[in-house]
Every structure is written in C-alpha cells, then in structure tokens.
Design a protein around this ligand. Structure first.
Ligand code: IVH
Length: 668
C-alpha cells in the first residue's frame, strides 16, 4: 500500500464519488448532468486504475456492478425483524372494513393513509453500514432469507454508497421492466431456451442465479419503500420515510398519494386499473399504509402481516381476442387439456398467444367455439385462461370444438377414469406423454421401490432419451447416470444398487409397477395371489379374470387389453431379460435367509464350485470368510478338507455338510 502514490488514492476515491453521484442523477432522479460518453470516460479511468492497483478494489466500487463472482450457494441470513407480507383485498367493501377496524382500534375519526403502487417484483432487504452497501437478502420464509449481495450489486438503481454515511436497513422490490422482459424472452426464444412466464418470475429467477454476471446482463431495477426503525432516523410518517429514502440515494416510486378520504383511494385505484398499462413495469394493486409510524406501532401485526397496511389488488386484467384454433395437450397423468390458440394480445405486460380452456365440459358449459371473440384473463396472473365467449359478436362461421376420440400424442383410446370425472384421459399406459408419470409410478414405494430416482432425475432421463419405456430403468449404466445433473459416481452407484435390488421385488409389486389402467396396489395383490406368476396373468382370459373376487368388468377388460399390446410384450420381455422376478415367491424374504451368518468353506464340494457356493451364500445375505475364527458360524465341509477343519474343531465351530447346508437354505 505504501508505494501507491497519494494522488492515485485520491483520484480513485474521487472517481467513485463522482460515478456514484452520476448514477444517482441518472437512475434515481432521472436527470443526468453529464452525457453517457462522459460517464463512460469516468468509468474507464476507474477500471484502468483498479486494474493497475487491484489491492485498491473495494466491494462498494462502481466497477463491481458488472458482476462476475460465481457463488456456490447462498448463505442463510436471519432478518433483523420479520419480513412480512400483506393482507389482500379486492373490493371497496373490504377496504371499508379495513378502515373501520383501524379507526376503532385507534379511536380516531379519520386516518391518514399513504397509498403506493404495489410493485410486482421480488422483495429484498438491504443493509448499509457507514453508508456502504453491506448485504442484500431475499425474503425467504420471512425469518431467514438468503444472501444475494453480489447479485444486488449489479442492480444499478441500488446505491453502493448512500448520500449519507449512516447505518440503515431498507426494504423494497427488485423488478424487471416489461421491455427488458420482452428483450430477454426474445433472446431466449432464439436460443431455444424456455421462456419466463412473466416479469416477476424473470426477476425472481434472475436473483437466484449463482453467476452475478448473468444478473448484470439482465438489467433489473428497484423501488424502495420501507426503513427499519424509522424513528431512529427522525422519521414520524411513511411519507417522510419515502422522501428520506430518496434523499439518501434510493429509487422511490414517484406515484403515491397521501389522503384520509376512502373515496380518493378508490379513485386512485380505478385510475391505475386504467393506466397501469402505460407503466414500464408491472403493478398488481395498491398498498395502503397508515401514515403515522406511531399509529403503525399501536396497530401492530398478525403472524403474517401488519395490521396497518393492506394490499388493494386489481381485478384480474381481461382482454378480448379471437380463438383461431384449439390444440389438445396431454399431461403426464394422461389428462387431455384443450388449449385455445389466440390472435396474440397484450395482457399484464406480456404477449399472450394461448390460453387454457380447462376441459371439454367447460367448453360445453360456456359454449365456446373456434372463431369466437373471447375474454381472457390471467389466473393468479400466470396462466391465461378463457373466461367466456362473446356471443353477440358471432358471425355464424364459428366452428364447434370437437371432443377428441383418440389421444393426440399416441392415437390411443381416451376416456374417463371415473364416471363423475370431468377430465378425459389417454388410456394407453404406454403413451409417451405419460412416460414420466409412468416411471414415477414404477419406482415408487408401492411398486418397485427404487430409492434415489426422483422427479428431477426422471425428467433428465426421459428428456435426454435415455429412458424410452419403464423397462429401460433396468438397462441404465454408470455412463448414463454420472453425466447427469447432481449426480456423482457415488450417487449413481447407489441408484444402480437400488435398481438391482428391486429386481427381486415380489410379484404384486411388479404388477402395480406396470401401471395397468384401473389396477392399483390392492388389485395387484389379488392378481398376484391368484396367478402366482406374470405369464399366467398375461394369458388370462376376460372370463377367467371375471371369476376372481374383487375383479370387475372394467378391470378385467383393461388387463386383457394391456397384455394384448405389442408394447407390453416388448416391455415384459425386456424386464425378464434383465432378471426381474416374475413369480409369486416372495424372493425378497427368501433372500435374507442367511442374513448375519458367517461361513467358511473347505474341501471339494459335489454340487458347487467354490465361487458358486460363495455367491449363493452372499445372495442369501450371508458372509463368506477365508479362514475360521471365533466369529465363524458354520464351516461347510467338502472332500479332502484342509487345515480349516482342524481349526474349526479347535474352536468348536459348527461343521456342516453340503446337504445340511442345502437343508438350511430351505428351512429358513
Ligand atoms: S409494504 C410490512 N409496499 O408486496 C411492509 N410492499 O404482497 C409490507 N410490495 O411483501 C410491505 N410494493 O414484497 C409494500 N409499495 C409497497 C410494495 C410492497 C410491492 C410487495 C412486498 C410485500 C408484498 C406483499
């Protein structure tokens, strides 16, 4: 440090101050006093100096905003006070009740409120020490959040240095503008990456990135609205707080009113319902806060939210558009969902081209046709749905939406699982759309009970084409597994062992695992008990099945159909080849017959080679040693025994013949 000229130290400090000031002018006040080019010059000079003197780089230097630090995970951090959420209301009625309750508690006639916009983003807590940004935390569960400091440093409107050297903790919202959201999604579309559903998801997803340089490229923004312990900063009201926040360098949303008239709040609400489209970012309502901090304290909070504030949410935004066609999606449980193809419209800041029609009963009940002008809205602001069709605008050219008679993915039969169910499902158990779910069932505890194969792994195995049917599970190799996400040689080995073990599952579990429509674990047990092996079940006729107690028409038909399918035959032959138990003997139990016993073998045996008998002992759960010791339970004696026999006699170890050993296997 001592070699660094004082002049340099001063220049660096001055550059940082200046850059932070111009950030403030640009991002907070929206009133820059220098050109972009001049700003870039300052930044360039600072980067140059920091390159030359890397020991002078500090965490609050503006150069740190470009990101680059890759976190391995986020540290958990406890919040200094609970980070609450808000109670919601959607109607004037409820707002009135909120106002009445407050008046009653405070015993006053009129309450002054601050009415702010409810920013649809990702809430964060920011900690500053001596005016320097120290730590940024996600909300988490409200008690502990995660340290996302490096990511937050890349958000240009979050000051790295405040305009006052104070200790303060603030809270607010990080969000993505609609433009930025569209830009990123367009880029993702070009790259074939999955699209973000809305700006809020995009902001939240971005904030959880481990690589802060990715965050830096996403141009997030912020609005801050809350100070912890306002009184310690001399603040008496929320409106003073907002001004204070702005004065020390935070970006505060300029749209808010202070009023004690409910009517004004409702007008303001209606105004923003009409005008929210014009904002560069999404809002999902207003937040109404008691202005006086003293009153806020008196009112206190419930387990979930403050009693002094409420979110006055906007009704779901609806727009009109036209249905140009209907496609049918098949979900992993085989449910067929009709989806309306739409003339693209803007809704809640995103372009909507498709919307859910729920199911075919819904279409019928609401009388929706192709060519109809419809109202669409976002359910929970995420998945758009068709609310209703506007019959007055029909031209007569509208077409009925056909109920599918076969699965659009596999061409298989469709139908309802239960009479009173609305959903129509693909009934083909081998339908590729259902494969993920089929594998989940196959590995589940009730079925083959293969531990370690969870939803994420199944997704990868199927998406990468490694598993094309349930039997492929038995053909997995370490080469398939190790390259997958969150998988190492150890985890892969454990999974392969679990798969191997599952081959010995009893027959009723295998029948459950096949996922034959209408055959659950109880029916599977009845079938296993009756048929004793899978081949016999596979050959069973409808009449034969119908004779079994507990098997009805529907189940019997389904079983016969299942085993007639070529795909079923292929799967069963693959399972057999892999060595999966197909018979009723509960091999699982038998397996353990020698559990915990130690054997030593000596001499030549009649029916087994040395390695054959050792393998058999191990398979049955026993252990094999090379020499007799006190721990040995049995010595198996062949012809021409060696010194082991002497040792066994000395120690009093039990000595058995090959025949006795075989009896022991059967007995146990
Ligand atoms: S005040 C205890 N003000 O909405 C203070 N919240 O649904 C509670 N939000 O968790 C927060 N804009 O993340 C407040 N102007 C605003 C807000 C706002 C958005 C978020 C915040 C909160 C959530 C509740």
């Amino acid at each position: 440090m001592s070699q660094i000229p004082k002049k340099i130290l001063e220049e660096i400090e001055k550059l940082r101050e200046e850059i932070e000031y111009h950030n403030y002018r640009y991002y907070i006040l929206n009133d820059p006093v220098i050109t972009d080019q001049e700003y870039d010059e300052l930044m360039k000079r600072l980067i140059e100096l920091e390159k030359k003197y890397p020991e002078l780089v500090t965490p609050d230097s503006p150069t740190q905003r470009v990101g680059g630090k890759v976190a391995e995970g986020f540290k958990k951090v406890r919040h200094s006070i609970r980070m609450l959420s808000l109670d919601n209301t959607y109607s004037e009625e409820e707002l009135k009740k909120f106002n009445e309750r407050i008046k009653r508690t405070l015993e006053i006639e009129k309450v002054e409120y601050v009415v702010e916009l409810k920013i649809d983003g990702f809430s964060v807590a920011l900690r500053y020490k001596d005016g320097k940004f120290e730590q940024g935390i996600t909300r988490g569960d409200g008690i502990t959040g995660e340290d996302i400091t490096e990511n937050l440093k890349t958000v240009k409107s979050i000051p790295l240095r405040l305009r006052k050297k104070i200790n303060v903790e603030v809270r607010g919202e990080v969000y993505m503008s609609k433009d930025e959201f569209n830009r990123i999604n367009q880029e993702r579309m070009k790259k074939g990456l999955p699209l973000f559903a809305n700006p809020r998801n995009a902001a939240a997803g971005t904030m959880r990135q481990f690589d802060s340089s990715v965050v830096a490229r996403r141009n997030l923004d912020s609005f801050i609205y809350y100070v912890i312990d306002p009184e310690s900063h001399g603040l008496k009201t929320q409106s003073e707080t907002l001004k204070f926040l702005k004065s020390i360098g935070f970006k505060v949303n300029p749209n808010y009113i202070v009023t004690n008239e409910l009517g004004e709040i409702i007008d303001y609400w209606n105004y923003w319902i009409e005008n929210r489209k014009k904002l560069a970012y999404n809002i999902d309502g207003l937040v109404i806060k008691v202005n006086k901090i003293e009153y806020q304290k008196l009112l206190g909070e419930t387990a979930k939210s403050p009693r002094w504030a409420i979110a006055f949410k906007f009704p779901a935004e609806q727009v009109r558009t036209k249905i140009t066609g209907v496609t049918v999606q098949v979900g992993r449980t085989g449910v067929l969902t009709p989806v309306a193809e739409l003339e693209p419209v803007q809704l809640g800041g995103t372009t909507v081209k498709r919307a859910s029609l729920h199911n075919f009963d819904y279409i019928k009940a609401k009388d929706i046709k192709i060519g109809d002008t419809v109202l669409i809205e976002k359910a929970g602001e995420i998945i758009p749905q068709v609310v209703k069709s506007i019959k007055e605008l029909r031209t007569g050219k509208e077409k009925d939406i056909e109920v599918p008679t076969s699965c659009p993915v596999c061409g298989g039969k469709v139908g309802k699982l239960k009479e009173d169910e609305v959903a129509i499902r693909c009934l083909n158990p081998h339908c590729p759309a259902k494969l993920k779910r089929a594998v989940e069932i196959f590995v589940s505890r009730e079925a083959m009970n293969i531990e370690g194969i969870g939803e994420k792994l199944i997704d990868q195995l199927i998406d990468k084409g490694i598993v094309k049917d349930i039997a492929d599970i038995y053909y997995l190799t370490p080469f398939d597994l190790i390259p997958l996400e969150r998988m190492g040689p150890k985890a892969a080995d454990n999974i392969l062992k679990a798969i191997e073990k599952s081959k010995r599952s009893p027959l009723h579990k295998l029948i459950t695992a096949l996922g034959i429509p209408f055959v659950g674990s109880k029916t599977a047990a009845v079938l296993a008990e009756h048929f004793k092996n899978l081949d016999r079940l596979a050959k069973a006729s409808y009449e034969e099945l119908m004779e079994i107690e507990g098997i009805g028409e529907e189940i019997a038909k389904s079983i016969v159909e299942y085993f007639l399918s070529d795909k079923t035959k292929e799967i069963i032959s693959k399972l057999k080849k892999a060595g999966v138990n197909m018979s009723g003997e509960a091999k699982e139990e038998e397996e353990k017959s020698l559990k915990g016993l130690r054997f030593v073998v000596t001499g030549t045996l009649k029916n087994y080679t040395r390695s054959e008998i050792e393998e058999l002992i191990r398979k049955k759960g026993g252990m094999v040693s090379n020499s007799v010791s006190k721990k040995t339970d049995y010595l198996i004696l062949g012809e021409n025994p060696g010194s082991k026999y002497q040792k066994a006699l000395q120690l009093g170890t039990k000595v058995i013949t090959e025949e006795e050993f075989e009896k022991m296997l059967k007995r146990r």
